[in-house]
Design a protein around this ligand. Structure first.
Ligand code: NAD
Ligand code: GLY
Length: 376
């Protein structure tokens, strides 16, 4: 991470921040706007792709909170602004919900320039991006993330997907947004459990890419949990910088980008094994990071003290650190369906040193020992 700026242990003062994503050595790219009041700021919405129509895709929880304000801004730029509301929940991240977007687009004769606006968390963002990637072979879309998880991770980098009953995010496309507009004020209405879920992805960036950011999170966790705006602004910016650095080098996950999946192999197994929506994605990732930290220690990649350090931080963030007892065989079966698996062999993102991660295989019985020790 030589090119990324230093992490400060104190919280720097916040104003609107712009983190650029540069793809194809700067030939392609877009900006992530981070700050307070962005939803109502005219400047947030200027310079987006021109079109006759825009479609806001949201859900029944987020739309009543923020859709009217987004609508008011978009009316200045598009002759027609429509909206479609999907049911709320990970269990609705499926073909049926996706089809409701297409039903709406086709019934209103929306053309191939129509711009989609994803207003919501990662579920809405992933589904809207996937819809945009295949409607008329691709229309532009803009991410307006309203959860911490979506602001630090899912809205950035162009992974779009829906779930299949047999595997999480198994159907999707790499498809980049035209802009990401992360208004920190939308986090004011987020339930505390969802804030904690977002913190899982924030914590992730420390061990995989920036040891001093891990120190910073440990010092500033209470401020983040209390939604201190300056702390949130710094965390969202730092996570987006790291993600931009990774995605800029490996947009389609040929190698490096896999590090962003630290904790996800175990986590996706928990989500799929329990049924989507039982545990929040961030909760499963938090617990998965405890398991992946234990495996990093078991393989001798990290010293013993790394595991209690990670477990303590994840617990302090309000996340579960003990997994559901699905049974070792069931976990292994679920993890073989992971996108990182090759020829049925499970590959884990493990920590190789603070701020450094890589892909590793592990003997099934060692993985079983980790699961036995961390499930109840
Ligand atoms: P989510 O989208 O389900 O949102 C969480 C809950 O908060 C929902 O009930 C939602 O309606 C509600 N909500 C959203 N914004 C709100 C607000 N401002 N105020 C009040 N309530 C609000 O969940 P999430 O944690 O945002 O995202 C999880 C999803 O993201 C998973 O499907 C995961 O696979 C995906 N993901 C994708 C990527 C990627 O790179 N594309 C990365 C990480 C996660
Ligand atoms: N959240 C994992 C990735 O974007 O690659």
């Amino acid at each position: 991470m030589n090119s990324a700026p230093q992490t400060h242990l104190s919280v720097p003062q916040s104003s609107t921040q712009i983190v650029p994503i540069a793809l194809d050595e700067g030939q392609r790219g877009y900006d992530i706007l981070i700050g307070s009041g962005l939803l109502d700021a005219e400047s947030s919405w200027q310079g987006l792709p021109k079109a006759a129509a825009a479609l806001i895709v949201s859900n029944e929880t987020v739309a009543p909170l923020y859709q009217e304000r987004l609508w008011a801004q978009l009316q200045a730029h598009y002759a027609r602004v429509d909206a479609v509301q999907l049911p709320d929940g990970e269990q609705y991240k499926d073909w049926a919900s996706l089809n409701r977007v297409f039903d709406h687009l086709l019934a209103s004769a929306s053309d191939r320039k129509t711009v989609l606006f994803a207003l919501g968390g990662g579920v809405i963002g992933d589904m809207t991006g996937f819809a945009a990637s295949i409607y008329m072979r691709g229309v532009p879309f803009v991410q307006v993330p309203t959860t911490l998880l979506a602001q630090v991770d899912s809205s950035v980098g162009g992974k779009t997907a829906i779930n299949h009953p047999l595997g999480k995010n198994m159907l999707g496309a790499f498809y980049q947004p035209a802009r990401v507009i992360a208004d920190l004020d939308t986090l004011d209405s987020l339930p505390q459990r969802e804030l904690s879920a977002g913190l899982a992805e924030v914590i992730k960036y420390g061990p995989i890419a920036d040891a001093s950011f891990l120190d910073w999170i440990e010092v500033n966790l209470e401020a983040l949990l209390a939604r201190d705006k300056a702390a949130l602004a710094y965390a969202v910016k730092r996570c987006c910088e790291i993600k931009a650095w990774v995605v800029g080098q490996d947009e389609r996950e040929q190698g490096l980008r896999a590090i962003l999946n630290f904790g996800h192999t175990f986590g996706h197994a928990i989500e799929t094994g329990l049924g989507y929506g039982e545990w929040l994605h961030g909760e499963a990732v938090g617990c998965g990071m405890v398991m992946a930290s234990a495996l990093s220690v078991r393989l001798g990649l990290m010293p013993e003290e790394f595991l209690p350090r990670m477990r303590r931080l994840i617990e302090r963030a309000g996340l579960p650190v003990t997994g559901p007892k699905l049974g070792v065989e069931r976990y292994l079966e679920l993890m073989r369906v992971d996108k990182k698996s090759e020829g049925g062999a499970i590959r884990f993102v493990l920590i190789e040193g603070l701020g450094r991660a890589g892909m590793h295989a592990a003997p099934d019985d060692w993985v079983g020992q980790v699961l036995d020790a961390h499930c109840a």
